[in-house]
Design a protein around this ligand. Sequence first.
Ligand SMILES: Cc1cc2nc3c(=O)[nH]c(=O)nc-3n(C[C@H](O)[C@H](O)[C@H](O)COP(=O)(O)OP(=O)(O)OC[C@H]3O[C@@H](n4cnc5c(N)ncnc54)[C@H](O)[C@@H]3O)c2cc1C
Ligand code: FES
Length: 274
Amino acid sequence: MVWPIRNNEIRIVKISDVRSENPHVKTIFFRDEMCALSKPGQFVMVWIPGVDEIPLSISSIYQDGSSSITVAEVGEATRALTGMKPGDLIGVRGPFGNGFKVIDGESLIVGGGVGMAPLMLLINKLIERNVKVTVVNGAETRDKIVFLDKLEGLSRLGKINVYFTTENGSYGLKGLATDIAEEILRSRRIDVIYACGPEGMIRKLYYVAKVHSISFQASLERYMRCAIGICGSCVIGKYRVCRDGPVFTMKELEEVEDYLGLIKYNERGEKIPI
Ligand SMILES: Cc1cc2nc3c(=O)[nH]c(=O)nc-3n(C[C@H](O)[C@H](O)[C@H](O)COP(=O)(O)OP(=O)(O)OC[C@H]3O[C@@H](n4cnc5c(N)ncnc54)[C@H](O)[C@@H]3O)c2cc1C
Ligand code: FES
């Protein structure tokens, strides 16, 4: 007997609200029972009618059953999605993937650009568990920082420590998120690092975590079609990012070190440099 994969059915949901995070990124709210059960780091396949279906992380969940995705406009599908309004319909499948394993220890969260989306849900989960959280949120420029107000609000309430970095120094510290993460690790005890963002950043943090012998979990992105482990388009070494990830531990990353931040496959299945 073949059991149905319930969360793989497309559900049509109505957008209830759209908020701008910055000129390039929007958070889109909707209500869906299964999405409201997502673990931090899990993602959904979002169908934009007549355009495409793309993977996006769940960025928040509220007690009234609504959830959100936070989308950076980078191409056709994300442009169409960020142009949608309350009342418009989208399709969702999922949530998929393993998500972050929440550990009770002093946490360092490192996010690059819209990589902060799944980390925002994780931060809220860690706060609920009274874990001490330090966040490093890196972006190229001030207008590309995501969740600036939310993170500053949490910091003012004493719930997290937050550092912003921009490559041109237009906000926060000038430099890369990895530079300040290394400084933090040199100056105090951290038990676990959680990361999501450009894979070059993940590769660097992977080596930093290794040198400091700190537990490390990183969420990776690969081209995805099916999201249920069948098509093979999302492979990294021996793993399928949609089923085995998208969050990988230090031990798993060691097994794919030759690919991490170096090689991926495009939509035609060709190997391309990252
Ligand atoms: C697990 C996962 C979670 C993600 N979470 C977020 C998120 O929370 N917010 C966010 O803004 N982005 C997220 N992304 C990236 C997002 O899926 C791409 O930006 C989006 O698919 C681009 O589509 P496009 O048509 O606008 O751009 P295109 O012009 O088609 O492509 C732009 C870039 O996006 C990549 N891309 C295109 N289609 C896919 C696809 N089906 N799967 C993976 N990558 C694709 C391309 O390889 C290219 O590098 C996530 C990706 C993955 C794999
Ligand atoms: S997207 Fe098809 S196997 Fe991962």
